[in-house]
Design a protein around this ligand. Structure first.
Ligand SMILES: O=c1ccn([C@H]2C[C@H](O)[C@@H](COP(=O)(O)OP(=O)(O)OP(=O)(O)O)O2)c(=O)[nH]1
Ligand SMILES: [Mg+2]
Length: 144
């Protein structure tokens, strides 16, 4: 699919790093390096503005390498970019490690997955159909 994008960053457009990658890596667009202390969070600009078609969303997800090696994750993971959003895409990083983490401009800090989604109309009811699960949840099937 083709998606309109305005790139105000000094970086190349996000790209799929491998042939069948689901996500495109997003790069930080910051004037000066940001130091993220342990348990600190910060909103990292990307310099990107997009126009998704109706019925699509973009999800902003962590990169597993940064998560594993440096404890870097996303507070609101997966972040949601709505099709009608015209602002700058930003990434809400958090440092879950015990050490400072430095974010430099141009670094790949997260990945973006574009996905279709349904739009629901409610059918208000008094009862729902029966299932074997019923109201069971939160581990009611046990472990192992
Ligand atoms: O990681 C994110 C999450 C959101 N957004 C932008 C796009 C999204 O369409 C908008 C609103 O996001 P969301 O609905 O998650 O936030 P909210 O707290 O519900 O704000 P709003 O009341 O503006 O919807 O902010 C980002 O740039 N990055
Ligand atoms: Mg919202």
């Amino acid at each position: 699919m083709i998606v309109k994008v305005i790139n105000k960053s000094g970086n190349a457009l996000p790209a799929y790093e491998t042939l069948h990658a689901a996500g495109m890596d997003l790069r930080a667009e910051v004037e000066a390096p940001i130091t993220l202390k342990p348990l600190e969070r910060t909103l990292v600009p990307t310099g990107l503005f997009i126009e998704l078609p109706e019925g699509y969303e973009a999800q902003i997800r962590p990169r597993s390498g940064l998560a594993y090696k440096h404890g870097i994750s996303i507070v609101n993971s997966p972040g949601t970019i709505d099709a009608d959003y015209r602002g700058e895409i930003k990434v809400l990083l958090v440092n879950l490690s015990a050490e400072n983490f430095v974010i430099n401009t141009g670094e790949r800090i997260a990945q973006m997955i574009v996905a279709r989604h349904e739009r629901v109309e409610w059918l208000e009811a008094y009862e729902l159909n029966e299932t074997s699960r019923g109201t069971g949840g939160y581990g009611h099937t046990g472990i192992g």
